[in-house]
Design a protein around this ligand. Structure first.
Ligand SMILES: NC(=O)c1ccc[n+]([C@@H]2O[C@H](COP(=O)([O-])OP(=O)(O)OC[C@H]3O[C@@H](n4cnc5c(N)ncnc54)[C@H](OP(=O)(O)O)[C@@H]3O)[C@@H](O)[C@H]2O)c1
Length: 243
């Protein structure tokens, strides 16, 4: 890898992705942020001095069409796009099987396919020694229905990815945040009381910040972290302890 790395961050227009983009940009790396909303990306990109590209990471045709404009060589891929789509849809009535199927598919698309499709498309462009970091969630260990199940699927997929690419010195890890505020994740659906109750199980009794997850991603993208691969790294103040 050269000292200035080429970095692609999906979902980089807001929240954890935008904070991560700022960190790499400040380190002198060449960063491309992606997402579906062009206006959001354009604003963040202008603020951070990074490139942007709008496409739906869960849609194969959209990813294919974006390839021409994505970097020819990638040193760091951050699969950050995702979120709990149940927070963006009306609640499903009990017994509504079509509704349940649609809700589960939405979370699978948003959290699994976004990572799998972009990684598959960019794998031929990954430099030897490249780093892949995918953003999972504490929900993979603790429930949250189809969202947690989708994030758990990411962990299983990551193991294969790490195994497959290790021969080229490429690492693949999952960073799993706990409750993290100052992002669009909760879509205004939670109260302060909900957050307080949720983080009361954390040793430090507080939510995480986007910067704390971004710092962990940045570390995993570093040269010295190459032997750390196939892992899930939790950033949650002890709310879930990996053992
Ligand atoms: N905040 C938390 O408490 C928390 C906890 C655990 C894990 N996470 C995970 O952290 C990651 C970042 O979330 P965040 O908290 O920073 O929330 P966020 O601000 O909502 O960021 C999610 C980003 O993903 C993009 N995105 C979603 N679906 C996409 C798609 N199909 N194609 C392309 N981009 C897509 C969104 O942009 P567009 O809508 O413009 O596409 C948005 O910029 C997610 O994977 C989330 O599941 C968050």
């Amino acid at each position: 890898m050269t000292s200035s790395r080429t970095v692609v961050i999906t979902g980089g227009g807001t929240g954890i992705g935008a904070t991560t983009a700022a960190l790499f940009a400040a380190a002198g790396d060449t960063v491309t942020i992606t997402g579906r909303r062009e206006d959001v990306l354009a604003r963040t990109a202008a603020k951070l001095g990074v490139r942007y590209l709008a496409f739906d990471a869960a849609d194969p045709g959209s990813v294919r069409a974006a390839l021409d404009q994505l970097p020819a060589t990638v040193d760091v891929l951050v699969n950050n796009a995702g979120g709990n789509t149940d927070r963006q849809r009306p609640a499903v009535e009990p017994g509504d099987l079509d509704g349940v199927a649609a809700a589960w598919r939405a979370n699978f698309d948003a959290n699994v396919l976004t990572a799998v499709l972009v990684t598959e498309a960019l794998t031929p462009r990954l430099a030897d020694g490249a780093r892949i970091v995918t953003v999972g969630s504490i929900a993979a260990k603790q429930g949250s229905g189809s969202y947690g199940a989708a994030k758990a699927a990411i962990e299983a997929w990551n193991v294969d990815l790490a195994r497959k690419l290790a021969g080229r010195g490429i690492s693949a890890n999952v960073v799993a945040p706990g409750v993290t505020l100052d992002t669009e994740f909760f879509q205004g659906t939670v109260t302060e009381d909900w957050v307080r109750a949720r983080v009361s199980v954390a040793f430090d009794k507080r939510p995480g910040t986007p910067a704390e997850t971004a710092d962990t991603i940045f570390f995993l993208a570093g040269k010295g972290s190459g032997h750390l691969t196939g892992q899930v790294v939790h950033v949650n103040g002890g709310a879930y302890t990996a053992r």
